[in-house]
Design a protein around this ligand. Structure first.
Ligand code: AQP
Length: 335
């Protein structure tokens, strides 16, 4: 039986946070046991908003080292840099012809991020979800592990694949319609200072965001000063977003169910819950931070891993592109 193909992309910011870790990175690591994992650091997505070129390169190495430190194994998965495989950009253009403009304009992320841009709302920001669709569809991936915030983009990519197949497939599924895999626990980790908003790279508060590379002391401080709610009972409730978030974090980090955490802390006060979450998160992230320091120091080794990954990824993507070009009637017939 062939193994399931799993693809996901992650932005090259050095400041990966606990939400990214629980919602996405932890899933990448476990997916190596289940299937053929293909993981891409999406530098071409990062250039759709204002950025500094030298900084981008440095952050790309940071992200590579974080993923390896977390447990991605280049011997068991493909890890590469998006811009090293030019098929992603070519497929973006080809797929833009089966993507509805109005839908792109209505995407939540486009609307939120365009408001945040001071100088320029780029066309790239609008096309971001088409590039994301190309990332996944180029590999004919069956499954995409992501956090809850990516649900809308996944739906668009599924529609793009379906429309392509209907228009050009001649009854065949030329592009695979992927399924998302959103974790049951920790799909949407919230900001510790404003638990009605998701923990986020660009939109959150510094004190409300635990970074993967934070020192133990900083993690403790942030979790112990997390905003909680009125009342004193430790249980999940829509009126208790702060406490619900802490329960969810502890459950995800321990690999337990939120029900089990509620039962364990049924007699406890908020302070005890915060202390337990802080200790668990410190233990969870400490080994990643330690391994990161070592891996990040050797940029040549990181480049070599990314180059090896790009070669393997490129071979798969080139096959899909060959089929897509042929179906769409573009390019020579000998390609
Ligand atoms: N708060 C979150 N809880 C659970 N999962 C999350 N993800 C992001 N925030 C949370 C998931 O992390 C993956 C990688 O995200 P990314 O680095 O590619 O995207 P990003 O958009 O830069 O990360 P942020 O923090 O979401 O940035 P902002 O808020 O600036 O857009 C994705 O699978 C995502 O679902």
């Amino acid at each position: 039986m062939s193994r399931i193909r799993i693809f996901s992309g992650i932005q090259p910011t050095g400041r990966k946070h606990l939400g990214n870790y629980i919602g996405a990175i932890a899933q990448y690591i476990s997916s190596q046991e289940r299937g053929e994992g293909i993981f891409c650091i999406v530098d071409l997505h990062a250039i759709t908003v204002a950025y500094d070129p030298a900084e981008l390169r440095a952050r790309l190495y940071d992200t590579t080292a974080i993923l390896l430190a977390a447990g991605l194994d280049p011997g068991r998965c493909i890890l590469f840099r998006q811009s090293d495989v030019h098929e992603h950009t070519e497929l973006t253009w080809l797929l833009s012809s089966v993507t509805e403009l109005g839908r792109l304009q209505r995407m939540h992320q486009f609307r939120d991020k365009s408001i945040a841009q001071r100088e320029l709302v780029s066309a790239g920001l609008l096309l971001y979800p088409v590039l994301q669709a190309a990332d996944v569809l180029a590999y004919r991936a069956e499954e995409v592990p992501v956090g809850e915030d990516q649900r809308e983009h996944l739906e668009l990519m599924r529609d793009v694949a379906r429309r392509f197949n209907a228009r050009f497939g001649d009854g065949k599924e030329v592009l695979v319609v992927p399924e998302h895999r959103i974790p049951e626990v920790g799909a949407r980790i919230m900001d510790l200072q404003d638990p009605t908003r998701k923990m986020s790279t660009t939109g959150g508060s510094e004190q409300g965001t635990v970074y993967v590379l934070d020192e133990a002391k900083a993690i403790e401080k942030k979790l112990k000063s997390a905003v909680t709610d009125s009342g004193s009972e430790v249980r999940r409730d829509p009126d208790k977003p702060g406490v619900s978030n802490l329960i969810e974090i502890l459950a995800a980090v321990r690999g337990a169910s939120p029900d089990a955490i509620e039962a364990e802390f049924a007699q406890a006060r908020y302070g005890e819950l915060k202390t337990a979450v802080a200790a668990a998160v410190v233990d969870y992230l400490a080994p990643v931070r330690e391994r990161f320091q070592e891996l990040r120091a050797d940029e040549a080794a990181l480049e070599s891993i990314l180059a090896g990954g790009a070669e393997r990824a490129g071979a798969i993507a080139a096959q899909t592109l060959g089929d897509v070009r042929q179906r769409m009637g573009v390019g020579g017939t000998r390609r």
